[in-house]
Ligand binder design. Structure first.
Ligand SMILES: [Zn+2]
Length: 63
C-alpha cells in the first residue's frame, strides 16, 4: 500500500492506494483540483514521487 501526503504547507491532504500507479493517478487528480496544475511536468511528478509518497505496510499483515 502506498501513502501520499501533500507537501504543500497549506494543503495537508493525505490518502492511500493499493498500488503506486493508482496513487499517482490520485495525486495527478489532486494537483489538478487543489493546486490547479493540469499538466504536471516530469520533474514535478518526480519530485512528488520522491517526496510525498511512501510505501506503508498495513499493521497486522505479515509479509
Ligand atoms: Zn495538495
Amino acid at each position: 500500500m502506498y501513502e501520499f501526503q501533500c507537501g504543500s504547507p497549506v494543503c495537508r491532504t493525505q490518502f492511500t492506494a493499493p498500488t503506486k500507479d493508482e496513487l499517482m493517478g490520485k495525486v495527478a487528480d489532486h494537483v489538478l483540483v487543489k493546486h490547479r496544475i493540469a499538466e504536471p511536468t516530469k520533474s514535478l511528478v518526480q519530485f512528488l514521487e520522491a517526496n510525498t509518497i511512501r510505501e506503508v505496510t498495513p499493521a497486522g499483515k505479515a509479509r
